[in-house]
Design a binder for this molecule. Structure first.
Ligand SMILES: Cc1cc2nc3c(=O)[nH]c(=O)nc-3n(C[C@H](O)[C@H](O)[C@H](O)COP(=O)(O)O)c2cc1C
Length: 170
């Protein structure tokens, strides 16, 4: 398996980011791998008050408590030509120790057959925990690798060190 985008193996970096931390990591990975990028965009975007986890009445707090509210429709579930990718890196923020549920439709509604899937997340302090395994369990297809947690403010050099550990000359 090669993570780098080559003529023989296509790599896609998918992410959702509410406040830019996961986006910065995803952009670094995309550049380092020469990959293509796809951003998950909620059809009903979260406003700042929606994301206030200190307010028990905010949208995200209500979704956290009531799982029936967690379905987040996406503008697009996948990029055109998703079937052609061999490696998919999937980035998300940790919300209350879990993967942000914005990832749900992307994971559930796509066929990962034949793909290597590499989850990564950012958080202030929480570990990856079961978040990547939970995403893998939502998907019945694909070869899901263990997830990695990266510190929310990790710099590009730190991201490249992680990629090197995965075997990429970044
Ligand atoms: C709703 C919500 C819940 C969060 N829960 C946690 C948490 O349980 N543990 C943690 O370390 N950070 C938590 N954070 C912080 C984010 O995981 C962290 O800032 C992450 O890097 C955000 O990525 P983003 O900027 O790409 O959205 C939470 C943030 C939000 C908005």
């Amino acid at each position: 398996m090669t993570l780098q985008n080559t003529a023989d193996s296509k790599t896609l970096v998918v992410h959702y980011s509410a406040h830019g931390h996961t986006r910065r990591v995803a952009e670094t990975i995309t550049r380092a791998l020469g990959a293509e990028a796809f951003v998950l965009t909620p059809a009903d975007p979260y406003s700042e008050p929606d994301l206030d986890y200190n307010d028990p009445r905010s949208r995200v707090s209500r979704e956290h408590v009531d799982h029936s509210l967690r379905h987040v429709a996406l503008v697009h579930d996948a990029p055109e030509g998703f079937a052609d990718y061999d490696v998919v890196l999937v980035g998300y923020p940790i919300w209350w120790g879990e993967a942000s549920w914005v990832l749900g439709d992307f994971v559930r509604n796509n066929d990962f057959t034949g793909k290597t899937v590499i989850p990564f997340c950012t958080s202030f302090s929480s570990p990856v925990g079961a978040s990547a395994r939970d995403l893998a369990a939502l998907s019945s297809t694909g070869d899901w690798k263990p997830g990695t947690r990266l510190e929310a403010n990790i710099d590009a050099a730190g991201v490249c060190r992680w990629l090197e550990r995965l075997g990429v000359e970044a």
